[in-house]
Design a protein around this ligand. Structure first.
Ligand code: GCB
Length: 600
Protein backbone atom coordinates (compact mmCIF):
# COMPACT_ATOMS: atom_id res chain seq x y z
CA UNK A 1 0.00 0.00 0.00
CA UNK A 2 2.67 2.45 1.05
CA UNK A 3 4.69 1.60 -2.01
CA UNK A 4 1.77 2.44 -4.26
CA UNK A 5 1.32 5.74 -2.57
CA UNK A 6 4.93 6.68 -3.15
CA UNK A 7 4.60 5.70 -6.76
CA UNK A 8 1.52 7.89 -7.17
CA UNK A 9 3.26 10.87 -5.57
CA UNK A 10 6.26 10.56 -7.86
CA UNK A 11 3.84 10.51 -10.75
CA UNK A 12 2.07 13.62 -9.50
CA UNK A 13 5.28 15.59 -9.34
CA UNK A 14 6.42 14.29 -12.69
CA UNK A 15 3.15 15.03 -14.51
CA UNK A 16 2.93 18.51 -13.04
CA UNK A 17 6.50 19.31 -13.97
CA UNK A 18 6.04 18.12 -17.51
CA UNK A 19 3.16 20.57 -17.96
CA UNK A 20 5.07 23.32 -16.22
CA UNK A 21 4.94 27.03 -16.85
CA UNK A 22 7.95 28.06 -18.92
CA UNK A 23 10.71 29.56 -16.88
CA UNK A 24 11.62 33.08 -17.97
CA UNK A 25 15.08 34.59 -18.03
CA UNK A 26 15.41 37.89 -16.16
CA UNK A 27 18.77 39.60 -16.32
CA UNK A 28 20.32 42.18 -13.97
CA UNK A 29 18.13 41.23 -11.02
CA UNK A 30 20.14 43.28 -8.56
CA UNK A 31 19.04 46.52 -10.20
CA UNK A 32 15.32 45.65 -10.16
CA UNK A 33 12.59 45.95 -7.57
CA UNK A 34 12.86 42.89 -5.39
CA UNK A 35 12.41 41.56 -1.88
CA UNK A 36 15.12 39.19 -0.71
CA UNK A 37 13.88 35.77 0.35
CA UNK A 38 17.27 34.86 1.80
CA UNK A 39 17.43 33.78 5.39
CA UNK A 40 16.34 30.77 7.40
CA UNK A 41 14.18 28.29 5.54
CA UNK A 42 12.55 25.22 7.08
CA UNK A 43 13.38 21.93 5.43
CA UNK A 44 12.24 18.34 5.01
CA UNK A 45 14.75 15.67 4.04
CA UNK A 46 13.75 13.45 1.10
CA UNK A 47 16.73 11.10 0.68
CA UNK A 48 14.77 8.57 -1.41
CA UNK A 49 13.49 11.33 -3.71
CA UNK A 50 9.83 10.35 -3.41
CA UNK A 51 8.49 13.89 -3.34
CA UNK A 52 6.05 12.93 -0.63
CA UNK A 53 5.64 11.04 2.58
CA UNK A 54 2.73 8.90 3.67
CA UNK A 55 0.86 9.56 0.45
CA UNK A 56 1.15 13.35 0.55
CA UNK A 57 3.22 15.52 -1.75
CA UNK A 58 5.55 17.70 0.29
CA UNK A 59 4.87 20.77 -1.84
CA UNK A 60 1.25 20.81 -0.68
CA UNK A 61 2.53 21.85 2.75
CA UNK A 62 -0.04 19.72 4.62
CA UNK A 63 -0.62 20.51 8.26
CA UNK A 64 -2.85 18.24 10.43
CA UNK A 65 -6.38 19.68 10.55
CA UNK A 66 -7.20 18.19 13.92
CA UNK A 67 -5.74 15.80 16.44
CA UNK A 68 -6.76 12.70 14.51
CA UNK A 69 -5.41 13.87 11.14
CA UNK A 70 -2.42 11.97 9.76
CA UNK A 71 0.35 13.96 8.12
CA UNK A 72 3.74 12.27 7.98
CA UNK A 73 6.01 15.20 7.38
CA UNK A 74 6.13 18.71 8.69
CA UNK A 75 8.12 21.84 8.10
CA UNK A 76 6.89 23.73 11.13
CA UNK A 77 8.75 21.79 13.80
CA UNK A 78 11.66 20.91 11.54
CA UNK A 79 15.18 22.25 11.32
CA UNK A 80 16.29 25.21 9.27
CA UNK A 81 18.86 25.79 6.56
CA UNK A 82 20.34 29.13 5.70
CA UNK A 83 19.68 30.34 2.17
CA UNK A 84 21.89 30.91 0.30
CA UNK A 85 24.34 28.27 1.34
CA UNK A 86 25.66 24.76 0.96
CA UNK A 87 23.53 22.39 3.02
CA UNK A 88 26.51 20.09 3.56
CA UNK A 89 28.34 22.51 5.79
CA UNK A 90 25.35 23.58 7.90
CA UNK A 91 24.50 20.40 9.83
CA UNK A 92 26.98 17.58 10.58
CA UNK A 93 24.45 14.95 9.47
CA UNK A 94 24.36 16.58 6.02
CA UNK A 95 28.14 16.60 5.48
CA UNK A 96 28.11 14.08 2.62
CA UNK A 97 24.37 14.17 1.95
CA UNK A 98 23.42 13.62 -1.67
CA UNK A 99 19.70 13.47 -2.44
CA UNK A 100 16.68 15.69 -2.33
CA UNK A 101 15.78 18.32 0.27
CA UNK A 102 12.55 20.36 0.27
CA UNK A 103 12.96 23.94 1.48
CA UNK A 104 10.06 26.07 2.62
CA UNK A 105 9.83 29.82 3.05
CA UNK A 106 6.60 31.58 3.99
CA UNK A 107 5.99 35.28 3.42
CA UNK A 108 3.37 37.99 3.18
CA UNK A 109 3.16 40.64 0.49
CA UNK A 110 0.91 43.31 1.96
CA UNK A 111 1.61 45.86 -0.77
CA UNK A 112 0.65 43.50 -3.59
CA UNK A 113 -0.13 45.41 -6.79
CA UNK A 114 -2.84 44.32 -9.21
CA UNK A 115 -0.96 45.88 -12.13
CA UNK A 116 2.43 44.30 -11.62
CA UNK A 117 3.94 40.88 -12.20
CA UNK A 118 5.83 38.76 -9.69
CA UNK A 119 8.61 36.25 -10.15
CA UNK A 120 10.64 33.95 -7.94
CA UNK A 121 14.27 34.22 -9.00
CA UNK A 122 16.91 31.74 -7.88
CA UNK A 123 20.55 32.68 -8.43
CA UNK A 124 21.53 28.98 -8.46
CA UNK A 125 20.56 25.71 -6.80
CA UNK A 126 22.63 22.56 -7.15
CA UNK A 127 21.65 20.48 -9.11
CA UNK A 128 18.02 19.69 -10.04
CA UNK A 129 15.37 22.00 -8.70
CA UNK A 130 11.58 21.73 -8.51
CA UNK A 131 9.91 25.04 -7.74
CA UNK A 132 6.43 25.07 -6.23
CA UNK A 133 4.38 27.96 -4.90
CA UNK A 134 1.20 27.96 -2.80
CA UNK A 135 0.71 24.28 -3.57
CA UNK A 136 1.27 24.43 -7.35
CA UNK A 137 4.24 23.04 -9.23
CA UNK A 138 5.76 25.85 -11.32
CA UNK A 139 8.46 23.84 -13.01
CA UNK A 140 11.94 22.48 -12.74
CA UNK A 141 15.47 23.52 -13.59
CA UNK A 142 18.62 21.55 -14.22
CA UNK A 143 22.16 22.80 -13.67
CA UNK A 144 23.77 23.81 -10.42
CA UNK A 145 25.27 27.20 -11.25
CA UNK A 146 23.01 29.25 -13.49
CA UNK A 147 20.04 31.46 -12.57
CA UNK A 148 16.37 30.88 -13.36
CA UNK A 149 12.96 32.26 -12.46
CA UNK A 150 9.29 31.36 -12.52
CA UNK A 151 6.27 33.62 -12.63
CA UNK A 152 3.87 33.60 -9.66
CA UNK A 153 1.63 36.55 -10.57
CA UNK A 154 -1.57 34.47 -10.61
CA UNK A 155 -0.78 32.67 -7.36
CA UNK A 156 0.65 35.28 -5.02
CA UNK A 157 -1.57 36.57 -2.14
CA UNK A 158 -1.21 39.31 0.43
CA UNK A 159 -0.72 36.80 3.21
CA UNK A 160 0.40 33.27 3.94
CA UNK A 161 2.34 32.53 0.76
CA UNK A 162 4.53 29.44 0.86
CA UNK A 163 7.35 28.77 -1.51
CA UNK A 164 8.55 25.16 -1.44
CA UNK A 165 11.62 24.28 -3.44
CA UNK A 166 13.03 20.78 -3.85
CA UNK A 167 16.73 20.58 -4.60
CA UNK A 168 18.43 17.33 -5.56
CA UNK A 169 22.23 17.12 -5.80
CA UNK A 170 22.44 13.45 -6.81
CA UNK A 171 25.32 12.94 -9.21
CA UNK A 172 24.45 11.22 -12.49
CA UNK A 173 26.21 10.19 -15.69
CA UNK A 174 24.15 12.52 -17.85
CA UNK A 175 24.58 15.57 -15.61
CA UNK A 176 26.89 18.50 -16.30
CA UNK A 177 29.23 17.89 -14.51
CA UNK A 178 29.06 14.12 -14.69
CA UNK A 179 29.64 11.79 -11.73
CA UNK A 180 33.20 12.61 -10.71
CA UNK A 181 34.74 16.05 -10.33
CA UNK A 182 37.54 17.36 -8.17
CA UNK A 183 35.41 19.68 -6.05
CA UNK A 184 32.78 19.38 -3.36
CA UNK A 185 29.23 18.64 -4.47
CA UNK A 186 27.71 21.41 -2.34
CA UNK A 187 23.95 20.80 -2.42
CA UNK A 188 21.09 23.21 -1.96
CA UNK A 189 20.00 26.71 -2.80
CA UNK A 190 23.48 28.12 -3.08
CA UNK A 191 22.69 31.64 -4.30
CA UNK A 192 20.18 34.41 -3.53
CA UNK A 193 16.44 33.94 -3.84
CA UNK A 194 14.47 37.03 -4.80
CA UNK A 195 10.84 37.96 -5.19
CA UNK A 196 11.01 40.25 -8.21
CA UNK A 197 8.27 42.73 -9.06
CA UNK A 198 7.98 44.16 -12.57
CA UNK A 199 5.48 46.20 -14.58
CA UNK A 200 3.12 44.04 -16.64
CA UNK A 201 5.36 44.50 -19.69
CA UNK A 202 9.05 44.76 -18.87
CA UNK A 203 12.55 44.49 -20.27
CA UNK A 204 13.62 41.00 -19.28
CA UNK A 205 16.93 40.94 -21.14
CA UNK A 206 19.31 43.09 -23.19
CA UNK A 207 22.76 42.82 -24.72
CA UNK A 208 24.88 45.95 -25.11
CA UNK A 209 28.44 46.12 -26.40
CA UNK A 210 30.92 48.26 -28.29
CA UNK A 211 30.77 47.82 -32.06
CA UNK A 212 34.35 46.60 -32.61
CA UNK A 213 34.51 48.04 -36.11
CA UNK A 214 34.40 51.56 -34.61
CA UNK A 215 37.24 50.98 -32.10
CA UNK A 216 39.61 53.35 -33.90
CA UNK A 217 37.03 56.05 -34.54
CA UNK A 218 36.50 59.07 -32.32
CA UNK A 219 32.75 58.54 -32.49
CA UNK A 220 32.46 54.98 -31.32
CA UNK A 221 29.26 53.07 -31.81
CA UNK A 222 27.39 50.98 -29.28
CA UNK A 223 25.26 48.12 -30.56
CA UNK A 224 22.62 46.16 -28.77
CA UNK A 225 19.33 44.43 -28.64
CA UNK A 226 16.65 43.93 -26.05
CA UNK A 227 13.72 41.70 -25.28
CA UNK A 228 10.45 42.76 -23.69
CA UNK A 229 8.08 40.38 -21.98
CA UNK A 230 4.39 41.15 -21.61
CA UNK A 231 1.14 41.51 -23.47
CA UNK A 232 1.12 45.15 -24.55
CA UNK A 233 4.28 46.21 -26.28
CA UNK A 234 5.17 49.90 -26.37
CA UNK A 235 6.21 51.18 -29.80
CA UNK A 236 9.42 52.69 -28.50
CA UNK A 237 12.06 52.31 -25.85
CA UNK A 238 14.84 54.74 -24.87
CA UNK A 239 18.54 54.20 -24.35
CA UNK A 240 20.15 56.80 -22.09
CA UNK A 241 23.86 57.07 -21.26
CA UNK A 242 24.31 60.62 -19.95
CA UNK A 243 28.13 60.54 -19.80
CA UNK A 244 28.33 59.53 -23.47
CA UNK A 245 25.62 61.96 -24.49
CA UNK A 246 23.34 59.18 -25.66
CA UNK A 247 19.59 59.69 -25.38
CA UNK A 248 17.89 57.90 -28.16
CA UNK A 249 14.66 56.21 -29.16
CA UNK A 250 14.59 52.55 -30.09
CA UNK A 251 11.81 51.10 -32.25
CA UNK A 252 10.22 47.99 -30.72
CA UNK A 253 9.05 45.18 -33.00
CA UNK A 254 5.56 43.76 -32.41
CA UNK A 255 7.13 40.66 -30.83
CA UNK A 256 8.83 42.81 -28.19
CA UNK A 257 12.36 42.62 -29.56
CA UNK A 258 14.50 45.49 -30.78
CA UNK A 259 17.93 46.06 -32.25
CA UNK A 260 19.72 49.34 -31.88
CA UNK A 261 22.91 51.32 -32.47
CA UNK A 262 24.00 54.52 -30.80
CA UNK A 263 26.85 56.90 -31.54
CA UNK A 264 28.80 58.05 -28.51
CA UNK A 265 31.08 60.96 -27.69
CA UNK A 266 34.33 60.78 -25.75
CA UNK A 267 34.13 57.14 -24.71
CA UNK A 268 36.78 55.86 -22.29
CA UNK A 269 37.43 52.20 -22.94
CA UNK A 270 37.23 49.67 -20.12
CA UNK A 271 40.55 47.99 -19.27
CA UNK A 272 42.39 46.66 -16.18
CA UNK A 273 44.17 50.03 -15.89
CA UNK A 274 40.97 52.03 -16.35
CA UNK A 275 37.88 49.95 -15.46
CA UNK A 276 35.48 52.64 -16.55
CA UNK A 277 31.79 51.75 -16.21
CA UNK A 278 28.97 53.88 -17.61
CA UNK A 279 25.54 54.29 -16.13
CA UNK A 280 23.20 52.91 -18.81
CA UNK A 281 19.42 53.24 -18.60
CA UNK A 282 16.80 51.52 -20.72
CA UNK A 283 13.19 52.69 -20.55
CA UNK A 284 10.25 50.88 -22.15
CA UNK A 285 6.66 51.72 -21.24
CA UNK A 286 6.47 51.61 -17.45
CA UNK A 287 9.76 49.78 -17.03
CA UNK A 288 13.10 51.42 -16.34
CA UNK A 289 16.25 49.38 -15.84
CA UNK A 290 19.72 50.67 -15.00
CA UNK A 291 23.04 48.98 -15.39
CA UNK A 292 26.74 49.81 -15.12
CA UNK A 293 28.47 48.77 -18.31
CA UNK A 294 32.05 48.97 -19.58
CA UNK A 295 32.97 49.02 -23.26
CA UNK A 296 35.98 47.23 -24.71
CA UNK A 297 37.01 44.95 -27.53
CA UNK A 298 38.88 41.66 -27.27
CA UNK A 299 40.35 39.80 -30.21
CA UNK A 300 43.34 37.78 -31.27
CA UNK A 301 45.98 38.93 -33.72
CA UNK A 302 48.21 36.07 -34.77
CA UNK A 303 49.60 34.75 -31.47
CA UNK A 304 48.53 37.64 -29.31
CA UNK A 305 45.49 38.46 -27.22
CA UNK A 306 44.52 42.02 -27.96
CA UNK A 307 42.42 44.22 -25.66
CA UNK A 308 41.21 47.50 -27.15
CA UNK A 309 43.74 47.14 -29.97
CA UNK A 310 46.75 46.50 -27.71
CA UNK A 311 48.39 43.16 -26.83
CA UNK A 312 47.94 42.10 -23.22
CA UNK A 313 49.54 39.35 -21.15
CA UNK A 314 47.03 37.63 -18.87
CA UNK A 315 48.53 37.42 -15.39
CA UNK A 316 46.04 35.03 -13.95
CA UNK A 317 45.10 32.51 -11.34
CA UNK A 318 42.41 29.82 -11.13
CA UNK A 319 39.65 29.99 -8.55
CA UNK A 320 36.77 27.87 -7.24
CA UNK A 321 33.59 29.55 -6.05
CA UNK A 322 34.04 28.92 -2.34
CA UNK A 323 34.73 31.00 0.70
CA UNK A 324 37.20 28.68 2.47
CA UNK A 325 37.00 30.61 5.73
CA UNK A 326 33.26 29.96 5.94
CA UNK A 327 33.57 26.53 4.26
CA UNK A 328 30.68 27.40 2.03
CA UNK A 329 29.87 28.28 -1.54
CA UNK A 330 30.72 31.92 -2.14
CA UNK A 331 27.50 33.88 -2.42
CA UNK A 332 28.04 37.37 -1.05
CA UNK A 333 29.89 40.45 -2.19
CA UNK A 334 32.21 40.03 0.83
CA UNK A 335 33.22 36.60 -0.48
CA UNK A 336 34.06 38.15 -3.83
CA UNK A 337 36.02 40.96 -2.16
CA UNK A 338 38.06 38.47 -0.15
CA UNK A 339 39.26 36.39 -3.10
CA UNK A 340 39.65 39.23 -5.60
CA UNK A 341 41.65 41.10 -2.95
CA UNK A 342 44.06 38.17 -2.74
CA UNK A 343 44.25 37.96 -6.54
CA UNK A 344 45.10 41.66 -6.76
CA UNK A 345 47.80 41.25 -4.13
CA UNK A 346 49.25 38.50 -6.28
CA UNK A 347 49.42 40.97 -9.16
CA UNK A 348 46.70 39.39 -11.30
CA UNK A 349 44.78 41.06 -14.10
CA UNK A 350 43.00 37.81 -15.00
CA UNK A 351 41.13 35.01 -13.27
CA UNK A 352 39.95 31.67 -14.54
CA UNK A 353 36.61 31.06 -12.82
CA UNK A 354 36.87 27.28 -12.65
CA UNK A 355 35.01 24.98 -13.49
CA UNK A 356 31.43 26.30 -13.55
CA UNK A 357 29.70 29.70 -13.52
CA UNK A 358 30.55 31.56 -10.29
CA UNK A 359 28.31 33.90 -8.33
CA UNK A 360 27.32 37.08 -10.17
CA UNK A 361 28.88 39.28 -7.46
CA UNK A 362 32.36 38.25 -8.50
CA UNK A 363 31.76 39.13 -12.14
CA UNK A 364 30.29 42.50 -11.16
CA UNK A 365 33.23 43.19 -8.85
CA UNK A 366 35.73 42.18 -11.53
CA UNK A 367 34.06 44.77 -13.75
CA UNK A 368 34.68 47.43 -11.12
CA UNK A 369 38.25 46.37 -10.33
CA UNK A 370 39.38 45.78 -13.89
CA UNK A 371 40.04 42.04 -13.74
CA UNK A 372 39.60 40.00 -16.91
CA UNK A 373 37.69 36.75 -16.56
CA UNK A 374 37.46 33.31 -18.11
CA UNK A 375 34.14 31.63 -17.48
CA UNK A 376 33.17 28.04 -18.17
CA UNK A 377 30.60 25.28 -17.75
CA UNK A 378 31.56 22.04 -16.00
CA UNK A 379 32.11 20.12 -19.24
CA UNK A 380 34.70 18.17 -17.41
CA UNK A 381 35.66 14.53 -16.94
CA UNK A 382 33.21 11.83 -17.97
CA UNK A 383 30.68 13.81 -20.00
CA UNK A 384 28.31 11.74 -22.18
CA UNK A 385 29.43 13.14 -25.52
CA UNK A 386 27.20 10.79 -27.48
CA UNK A 387 24.04 11.88 -25.68
CA UNK A 388 22.15 14.59 -27.61
CA UNK A 389 20.21 15.50 -24.47
CA UNK A 390 23.44 16.40 -22.71
CA UNK A 391 24.35 18.67 -25.62
CA UNK A 392 20.97 20.40 -25.28
CA UNK A 393 21.57 20.85 -21.55
CA UNK A 394 24.98 22.36 -22.26
CA UNK A 395 23.44 24.82 -24.72
CA UNK A 396 20.74 25.81 -22.24
CA UNK A 397 23.20 26.33 -19.40
CA UNK A 398 25.50 28.26 -21.70
CA UNK A 399 22.60 30.47 -22.72
CA UNK A 400 21.79 31.15 -19.07
CA UNK A 401 25.39 32.04 -18.27
CA UNK A 402 25.71 34.30 -21.31
CA UNK A 403 22.35 35.93 -20.60
CA UNK A 404 23.53 36.71 -17.08
CA UNK A 405 26.98 38.02 -17.94
CA UNK A 406 26.83 39.31 -21.50
CA UNK A 407 26.96 42.95 -20.36
CA UNK A 408 30.03 42.48 -18.20
CA UNK A 409 33.20 43.83 -19.80
CA UNK A 410 35.37 41.71 -17.51
CA UNK A 411 34.35 38.39 -19.05
CA UNK A 412 36.53 37.99 -22.12
CA UNK A 413 36.77 34.21 -22.58
CA UNK A 414 34.14 31.48 -22.68
CA UNK A 415 35.80 28.14 -22.23
CA UNK A 416 33.93 25.15 -23.53
CA UNK A 417 35.64 22.21 -21.83
CA UNK A 418 38.33 21.08 -19.42
CA UNK A 419 40.75 18.20 -20.10
CA UNK A 420 38.64 16.13 -22.43
CA UNK A 421 40.00 13.40 -24.70
CA UNK A 422 39.85 14.05 -28.42
CA UNK A 423 37.41 11.43 -29.71
CA UNK A 424 34.89 11.90 -32.55
CA UNK A 425 31.80 12.17 -30.30
CA UNK A 426 33.45 14.81 -28.15
CA UNK A 427 34.72 16.69 -31.19
CA UNK A 428 31.21 16.79 -32.68
CA UNK A 429 29.62 17.80 -29.38
CA UNK A 430 32.10 20.58 -28.60
CA UNK A 431 32.29 21.69 -32.23
CA UNK A 432 28.53 22.21 -32.28
CA UNK A 433 28.66 23.94 -28.90
CA UNK A 434 31.41 26.29 -30.09
CA UNK A 435 29.34 27.28 -33.13
CA UNK A 436 26.31 27.79 -30.92
CA UNK A 437 28.14 30.06 -28.48
CA UNK A 438 29.58 32.15 -31.29
CA UNK A 439 26.10 32.50 -32.74
CA UNK A 440 24.81 34.09 -29.52
CA UNK A 441 27.91 36.04 -28.51
CA UNK A 442 30.43 37.42 -30.98
CA UNK A 443 32.05 39.79 -28.47
CA UNK A 444 34.33 37.29 -26.70
CA UNK A 445 37.00 34.69 -27.32
CA UNK A 446 36.55 30.94 -27.13
CA UNK A 447 38.91 28.48 -25.55
CA UNK A 448 39.07 25.06 -23.87
CA UNK A 449 41.69 23.44 -21.64
CA UNK A 450 43.30 21.01 -24.06
CA UNK A 451 45.29 17.82 -23.46
CA UNK A 452 48.64 17.24 -25.09
CA UNK A 453 48.91 14.56 -27.80
CA UNK A 454 51.19 12.46 -25.59
CA UNK A 455 48.44 12.05 -23.02
CA UNK A 456 46.38 10.57 -25.79
CA UNK A 457 48.89 8.13 -27.31
CA UNK A 458 51.10 7.69 -24.23
CA UNK A 459 54.61 8.15 -25.68
CA UNK A 460 57.07 10.11 -23.54
CA UNK A 461 58.90 12.84 -25.35
CA UNK A 462 60.93 15.94 -24.72
CA UNK A 463 58.60 17.87 -26.97
CA UNK A 464 54.97 18.19 -25.99
CA UNK A 465 52.79 18.53 -29.05
CA UNK A 466 49.23 19.79 -29.38
CA UNK A 467 47.19 18.87 -32.42
CA UNK A 468 43.73 18.33 -31.00
CA UNK A 469 41.36 19.11 -33.91
CA UNK A 470 39.09 21.03 -31.53
CA UNK A 471 41.69 23.83 -31.50
CA UNK A 472 40.49 24.71 -35.01
CA UNK A 473 37.23 25.93 -33.41
CA UNK A 474 38.94 28.00 -30.70
CA UNK A 475 40.65 31.39 -30.52
CA UNK A 476 43.11 30.49 -27.78
CA UNK A 477 44.97 27.25 -27.07
CA UNK A 478 44.81 26.62 -23.33
CA UNK A 479 46.86 23.88 -21.76
CA UNK A 480 46.81 22.23 -18.34
CA UNK A 481 50.29 20.86 -17.57
CA UNK A 482 51.26 19.25 -14.27
CA UNK A 483 54.78 18.04 -15.05
CA UNK A 484 56.68 18.07 -11.77
CA UNK A 485 53.62 17.05 -9.78
CA UNK A 486 51.77 14.27 -11.64
CA UNK A 487 54.91 12.78 -13.17
CA UNK A 488 58.60 13.55 -13.02
CA UNK A 489 60.53 15.79 -10.66
CA UNK A 490 60.13 19.57 -11.02
CA UNK A 491 63.53 19.94 -12.75
CA UNK A 492 62.39 17.67 -15.61
CA UNK A 493 60.62 20.74 -16.87
CA UNK A 494 64.03 21.95 -18.09
CA UNK A 495 64.09 19.32 -20.84
CA UNK A 496 60.64 20.05 -22.18
CA UNK A 497 59.51 22.22 -25.01
CA UNK A 498 56.14 22.78 -26.67
CA UNK A 499 54.89 22.63 -30.24
CA UNK A 500 51.47 23.65 -31.39
CA UNK A 501 49.89 22.63 -34.66
CA UNK A 502 48.03 25.95 -34.86
CA UNK A 503 49.09 29.59 -35.02
CA UNK A 504 47.15 30.87 -32.03
CA UNK A 505 47.89 32.48 -28.68
CA UNK A 506 48.61 30.08 -25.82
CA UNK A 507 47.49 30.28 -22.20
CA UNK A 508 48.66 27.86 -19.52
CA UNK A 509 45.26 27.31 -17.94
CA UNK A 510 46.53 25.12 -15.08
CA UNK A 511 49.76 23.99 -13.47
CA UNK A 512 50.75 23.51 -9.86
CA UNK A 513 51.20 21.12 -6.98
CA UNK A 514 50.03 20.59 -3.43
CA UNK A 515 51.49 21.97 -0.21
CA UNK A 516 50.22 21.99 3.33
CA UNK A 517 50.62 25.51 4.63
CA UNK A 518 52.97 25.53 7.60
CA UNK A 519 54.62 22.24 6.64
CA UNK A 520 58.27 22.92 5.86
CA UNK A 521 60.91 20.63 4.38
CA UNK A 522 63.35 20.71 1.50
CA UNK A 523 62.42 21.01 -2.16
CA UNK A 524 62.23 17.22 -2.48
CA UNK A 525 59.68 16.81 0.32
CA UNK A 526 56.19 16.25 -1.05
CA UNK A 527 53.52 18.51 0.45
CA UNK A 528 56.08 20.93 1.87
CA UNK A 529 55.84 24.62 1.01
CA UNK A 530 59.38 24.36 -0.35
CA UNK A 531 58.38 21.63 -2.85
CA UNK A 532 55.56 23.79 -4.18
CA UNK A 533 57.83 26.84 -4.28
CA UNK A 534 60.44 24.94 -6.29
CA UNK A 535 57.79 23.54 -8.63
CA UNK A 536 56.59 27.07 -9.37
CA UNK A 537 60.12 28.32 -10.06
CA UNK A 538 60.83 25.48 -12.48
CA UNK A 539 57.41 25.54 -14.15
CA UNK A 540 57.47 29.28 -14.79
CA UNK A 541 60.87 28.96 -16.45
CA UNK A 542 59.53 26.16 -18.68
CA UNK A 543 56.37 27.96 -19.75
CA UNK A 544 58.25 31.16 -20.45
CA UNK A 545 59.86 29.37 -23.40
CA UNK A 546 56.51 28.90 -25.16
CA UNK A 547 56.33 30.89 -28.35
CA UNK A 548 53.08 32.86 -28.26
CA UNK A 549 52.57 32.57 -24.51
CA UNK A 550 49.83 35.09 -23.79
CA UNK A 551 48.95 34.33 -20.23
CA UNK A 552 48.63 31.84 -17.45
CA UNK A 553 46.32 30.81 -14.65
CA UNK A 554 48.11 28.46 -12.25
CA UNK A 555 46.07 26.03 -10.18
CA UNK A 556 44.89 27.55 -7.80
CA UNK A 557 44.51 30.66 -5.59
CA UNK A 558 43.10 28.96 -2.47
CA UNK A 559 42.87 25.39 -1.14
CA UNK A 560 39.37 24.05 -1.82
CA UNK A 561 37.14 21.29 -0.53
CA UNK A 562 37.26 18.04 -2.46
CA UNK A 563 36.13 14.56 -1.36
CA UNK A 564 38.73 13.12 -3.76
CA UNK A 565 41.49 14.34 -1.44
CA UNK A 566 41.66 12.16 1.66
CA UNK A 567 45.31 11.95 2.73
CA UNK A 568 45.10 12.20 6.54
CA UNK A 569 47.04 14.99 8.17
CA UNK A 570 47.74 16.60 4.82
CA UNK A 571 44.62 16.87 2.71
CA UNK A 572 41.75 15.92 5.05
CA UNK A 573 39.22 16.64 2.33
CA UNK A 574 41.01 19.63 0.81
CA UNK A 575 42.82 19.95 -2.49
CA UNK A 576 46.07 21.55 -1.32
CA UNK A 577 47.24 23.14 -4.57
CA UNK A 578 46.24 26.58 -3.32
CA UNK A 579 48.79 29.36 -2.98
CA UNK A 580 46.78 30.32 0.09
CA UNK A 581 45.48 27.91 2.74
CA UNK A 582 41.84 27.53 3.71
CA UNK A 583 42.62 29.70 6.72
CA UNK A 584 43.84 32.51 4.49
CA UNK A 585 47.59 32.04 5.03
CA UNK A 586 49.94 32.46 2.11
CA UNK A 587 52.35 29.70 1.12
CA UNK A 588 55.86 30.35 -0.20
CA UNK A 589 54.88 29.76 -3.84
CA UNK A 590 52.49 32.73 -3.65
CA UNK A 591 55.52 35.01 -3.53
CA UNK A 592 57.25 33.26 -6.45
CA UNK A 593 54.27 33.98 -8.68
CA UNK A 594 53.86 37.48 -7.27
CA UNK A 595 57.46 38.27 -8.21
CA UNK A 596 57.05 36.77 -11.68
CA UNK A 597 53.94 38.86 -12.35
CA UNK A 598 55.65 41.93 -11.01
CA UNK A 599 58.35 41.56 -13.68
CA UNK A 600 55.95 40.77 -16.56
C1 GCB B 1 43.12 19.25 -13.09
C2 GCB B 1 41.69 19.64 -13.05
C3 GCB B 1 41.33 20.30 -11.73
C4 GCB B 1 41.94 19.51 -10.59
C5 GCB B 1 43.44 19.58 -10.73
C6 GCB B 1 44.18 18.80 -9.65
O1 GCB B 1 43.68 19.04 -14.12
O2 GCB B 1 41.34 20.46 -14.11
O3 GCB B 1 39.94 20.36 -11.62
O4 GCB B 1 41.53 19.99 -9.35
O5 GCB B 1 43.82 19.05 -11.96
O6 GCB B 1 44.33 19.30 -8.56
O7 GCB B 1 44.56 17.66 -9.91
Amino acid sequence: MLKNNYYIILLVVFVSVSTQAQDIFITNTQNRDFVSLNGKWKYVLDPYQTGGMGGMPVYKNYIPKDKSDRVEYGFNNGKTLWVPGSWNTQHPELTYFEGNIWYRRTFDKEDLSEDNRYFVHIGAANYRTTVTFNGEVLGSHEGGFTPFSFEITDLIKKEDNFLIIGVDNTRADDNIPSKVADWFNHGGIIRDVKLIETPSTFINNYFISLDASTLDQRTKQIKGNLELNGSSMPKQAQLIIPELRVNQDIAINPDGTAEFNALTKGMELWSPKNPKLYEVTLVAGKDTIRDQIGFRTIEIQEKQIVLNGKPIFLKGICLHDENPLRKDRANAIEDAELVLGWAQELGCNFIRLAHYPHQENIVRLADKLGILLWEELPLYWGIQWDNPEVLEKAKKQYTEMIDRDFNRASTVIWSIANETASIPDRNNFLGELADYIRSIDDTRLLSAAIKKDQELDGHPDSVYTYNDPLIEKLDIISINEYLGWYGGAPEETRKKSFEFGFEKPVIVSEFGGGALQGFYGDKRTRWSEEFQEYLYQESLAMFDKIDGLSGMAPWILVDFMSPLRQLPGVQDGWNRKGLISEKGRKKKAFFVLQKYYDKK
